[in-house]
Design a protein around this ligand. Structure first.
Ligand code: NDP
Length: 246
């Protein structure tokens, strides 16, 4: 067993990108892992199959993070599958980019539902199951702190909300020995942020490391925050960004 043997984790949006890398790594550390997905059942099944082929335990749960009841059901479904919940990773995220004048209230509502309301609902439901040593880790974004382009108002707003929520909930859960933290990646090579193209060139130019991260490069920090050594890290927003925010 690794550092998370006997633990149960739920990773929202675990079918691709950063969430899939986190799910695979938590499983390698010994956790049983539930992942949610919305549009890619095949990719979600692939992540589960990979984990099982390495001797781990995993399930995939269809749950649109834009649907509060589906998010709640994903938490209870994780407990039903594995008998407990120790680690919640709020990873699923979206972002409609565009000038404020061209965005609609529907765009706003959708992005806030997925990036903010789902974090709130999943955390609320998780509280009913997390015990001493429980962990809530959200994937925010450095764009909460520094937005280098136009057209990112809603996305920046949602990720700043995640940082504020993290601080406030850490205050509430400290006495229960549950930690709450926010990991803000810089540019990471995924489907939604491919490392080639004009946007990527600007991001790379603004990043001291002068490249994108791979999703796997985020997972060591997540394992640390999820594990017993991080019991005194709470309410923190931690950037893992190649120096983008310097
Ligand atoms: P991807 O687009 O590569 O993957 C998104 C994942 O979230 C997929 O598993 C997808 O599921 C899932 N997802 C999307 N919408 C929903 C939904 N409504 N309900 C349930 N699941 C959903 O994204 P990334 O891996 O790049 O991003 C993951 C997180 O990291 C997001 O919160 C993002 O904001 C954040 N982030 C990413 C950065 C980057 O550079 N990539 C930088 C900073 C933060 P499905 O496959 O079913 O669609």
């Amino acid at each position: 067993d690794g550092s998370l043997g006997g633990k149960v984790a739920l990773v929202t949006g675990g079918s691709r990108g950063i969430g899939a890398a986190i799910a695979r790594r938590l499983a390698r550390e010994g956790a049983a892992v539930a992942i949610t997905y919305h549009s890619s059942p095949g990719r979600a099944d692939g992540v589960v199959a990979d984990i099982e082929s390495e001797g781990g335990r995993a399930v995939a749960i269809a749950a649109d993070s834009g649907d509060a009841e589906a998010v709640r059901a994903a938490v209870t479904g994780t407990v039903a599958a594995f008998g407990r919940l120790d680690i919640l990773v709020n990873n699923a995220g979206v972002g409609t980019m565009g000038p404020l004048g061209e965005l609609t209230v529907d765009d706003f509502d959708r992005d806030v539902a997925v990036n903010v309301r789902a974090v709130w609902v999943a955390s609320q439901e998780a509280l009913r199951h997390l015990g001493d040593g429980g962990r809530i880790i959200s994937i925010g974004s450095v764009f909460a702190d520094r937005m280098p382009f136009p057209n990112g108002t809603t996305y920046a707003l949602t990720k700043a909300a995640v940082a504020g929520f993290t601080r406030a909930l850490a205050r509430e859960l400290g006495p229960r020995a549950i930690t709450v933290n926010n990991v803000q990646p810089g540019p990471v090579a995924t489907d939604t942020n491919p490392p080639e193209g004009p946007v990527a060139d600007v991001m790379t130019g603004l990043t001291p490391a002068a490249r994108y991260a791979t999703p796997d490069e985020l997972t060591g920090l997540i394992v640390y925050l999820a594990g017993p050594e991080a019991a005194y890290v709470t309410g923190a927003t931690i950037n893992i960004d190649g120096g983008f925010t310097t």
